[in-house]
Design a protein around this ligand. Sequence first.
Ligand code: HEM
Length: 453
Amino acid sequence: MNAPFPPGPQFNVVETIARQFIGKPRISNLNDMMDLLKPYDGIMYYKVGPFHIYFLWDPELVHEAVVEQAPNFGKGFIVQRSFGRLMGNGLFTSDGDFWKRQRKLMQPVFHSKRIESYAQTMVEHTERMLAQWGDKPLEINDEMMKLTLSIVTKVLFNADVSSDNDRIGDAMHALVEGLMNQSSGIVKIPAWLPTPNNLKETRAINTLDTVIQRIIAQRRASGEDTGDLLSMLLMARDEDDSAMSDKQLRDESVTLFIAGHETTAVTLTWAWYLLSQHPEVEAKLRAELAQVLDERTPTVHDHLPYADMIIKETMRLYPPVPLIPRTVMNDTVVGGYRFVKNGGALFAAYAAHRNERYFPESERFSPERWDDDFEKRIPRYAYFPFGGGPRVCIGNQFALMEARLILATMAQRYRLSLTPGQTIEPMSFVSLRPKFGIQMQAHVHQNVPAIAE
Ligand code: HEM
């Protein structure tokens, strides 16, 4: 293959690995990453020992890779080595025909008509949370995580995990932190080594497994078909009429349990942070809610374009998955550049969304930029918070509807102000959670009706 490698810096392998072991990886946060990418135009490559790493953020190159060459950019070992222990061979981590079959099986749960039927649960759970708030300080990311977790477990598993909320929250925190530590390095510390991180990860996975196994056992015992995701997984049959194995059932459930709440919660967290810093945007949102809803709760049929623009703009500045990882599955050429089998391809949404060519004054939070069909006037892959091609997020419509309904329900009842004197910094790579949480003060904006338990 004669094509050249993409442009990029040269790193010393010994130094790079040594830095990881002393806890100072070369790219330890998103600012480091942006500094590294700055001299390049949409693609950057480097090699450390046998590892080839590609960063892509040019819309045409991203399109070519994730759509036109989708089979060459699978999940592969890069995704498996980070997420495999937790998610096994579930929808997020699997590849090939196996993935295709599972995706086809689960797709109906995410059809738009089906998703609409989840709207009322989303609003009810939000109101239940707000009814317990009152005027008080709170950590907004924690609140949003509990809320989106309760919603996804109700609509996809018809289960209630509120009594496990704290345990699950701690486990998720430990997992995201562990994944982040791994992802910022080149070398993966083997899972069997009893390092503090590995032990923490094992405990966290056991916690999630216990909760999921309980949900599955309860449904099996009841024998009920509630038409939700869990029923579909339990009823699924192969061509040879065999049921899904317990291990596969566990992997798919854990995948949906995690993918279905973490990212939406992160979006809402940053939306509240940004609103607290931009009173003019918040005022416009309230005006839209007053006009469209008056005082009633939102439904799926309400048209709330400004709320949607706030969510889009939040995910532009804070894409919940800032670097979307894939593996180069075969030697190939993209944009005239050479890609080597087993290389790591990172689709850098965080960098793409700050491209001044498409987003002038890119650091500015401006929901108005999405007005007048702006999205149709930029290349499809200038903005890709949900990834793309056949592996695009299966829950994207679910997430957008959920974020809109939660944002609207909350803004009708509360205003949130930022507690002064805290460090606010996004965690990098795996999930863009705020590293130290975000402390906010809730102010009742309108009386919250009592919700019957
Ligand atoms: C704002 C919220 C969300 C964001 C930003 C987000 C983002 C993503 C991204 C970037 C991917 C990888 C795409 C790729 O490799 O090209 C993904 C995949 C996935 N997401 Fe989401 N997601 C969100 C919400 C959800 C929700 C609510 C669910 C489920 C209820 C979900 C389930 C999944 C699953 C199962 C996959 C793997 C799909 C496959 O490979 O076939 N996500 N998501």
